[in-house]
Design a protein around this ligand. Structure first.
Ligand SMILES: [Zn+2]
Length: 318
């Protein structure tokens, strides 16, 4: 569960920062309290890839992250989490509600609204399908960025309750959603993604998931990530905690060159921002913003008309 890892990495620095005296010269405001999205010395390759996909400079439907979530028989989730912080505690409660609801519900929805206790500027929705209840609980999940305010996310949750969704306690405010997942059972023959589209909107997102393009995207990014990480390792003669920021900035820049530009600020900052940004971009980039869509097409951003286009020239303003 990436959200919890990020929670641990984001909220703890916030708390530390509240107590620490301000140091001057921080280039990006977010970095005053945010940790880094990419930490090559600490993250596994698939974690790096998922972080890239989730934080891509692109459309929502290109940023859906597929992942598995597993609980052991003793209910412990199989990933690191930080229970010692306010947010970590709320999200841990949310995880436990997933475990309990998953015993008799086939589908789980879990909202993480922006702001509130989180400090995130973007909300997230996890949609999980229970795939095994043997020796614990196993779910196949999609992590979906939601560009809506907390109140709208509360409305989405209420629409799920109207359609038969169940939480263990009464959800009154958007913040309550962090602790309370929603369990759903669907009538036979009803497709989960059709249900999502009907109740929650965000049509493009479910279409990408239906067609498996989110999985393809993540696999593609994982391959590029590995190749780029090797390139960084070669040129720095290894990656360690002492050159982690530099390695991360180089990685971010090389990924951008290949069409996978990531944006900091939602759930963590960029290494390039710590180094002052421009340097690496000017060394490694040709200057154009590009990205790869979920369909695998290379798109270029037109600064004059603000459209993404494929091909050499912007068709909208030429
Ligand atoms: Zn244009």
């Amino acid at each position: 569960m990436q959200i919890l890892r990020w929670a641990a990495r984001v909220i703890v620095p916030i708390l530390i920062n509240l107590r620490a005296p301000r140091s001057g010269g921080v280039p990006n405001r977010c970095l005053e309290y945010m940790s880094r999205l990419i930490e090559l010395d600490r993250q596994r390759g698939d974690e790096v890839a998922k972080s890239v996909v989730e934080n891509l400079d692109g459309e929502l439907q290109d940023r859906v992250v597929p992942y598995g979530l597993k609980f052991l028989e003793n209910r412990e989730p199989v990933f690191p989490y930080e229970k010692e912080s306010v947010l970590g505690e709320a999200e841990y409660e949310g995880m436990m509600s997933i475990f309990r609801l998953g015993q008799n519900h086939d589908y789980i929805f879990w909202f993480s609204p922006p702001r509130g206790r989180s400090g995130y500027t973007e909300g997230r929705l996890v949609v999980g399908r229970v795939i095994s209840r043997e020796n614990g609980l196993e779910l196949e999940c999609r992590g979906i960025p939601v560009l809506e305010e907390a109140d709208r996310m509360l409305e989405m949750a209420r629409d799920l309750y109207i359609e038969g969704g169940v939480s263990e306690s009464f959800v009154n405010r958007a913040e309550d959603l962090r602790e309370e997942a929603i369990g759903v059972n669907l009538d036979e023959g009803v497709d989960l993604w059709d249900f999502c589209e009907e109740v929650l909107g965000m049509r493009e997102v479910w279409q990408v998931v239906r067609e498996g393009k989110d999985v393809e995207m993540t696999e593609r990014v994982t391959r590029v990530t590995e190749e780029v990480k090797m390139g960084v390792e070669r040129s720095l003669g290894g990656i360690s905690s002492s050159n982690s920021v530099r390695a991360g900035a180089m990685f971010e820049s090389m990924m951008a060159d290949r069409g996978y530009r990531i944006v900091g600020g939602n759930h963590g900052g960029l290494n390039s921002a710590i180094l002052g940004g421009g340097i690496f971009n000017s060394v490694f980039n040709e200057g154009k913003r590009t990205r790869i869509s979920a369909e695998g097409k290379k798109l270029t951003y037109c600064e004059s008309c603000k459209h993404w286009y494929s091909g050499d020239k912007c068709p909208y303003c030429s």
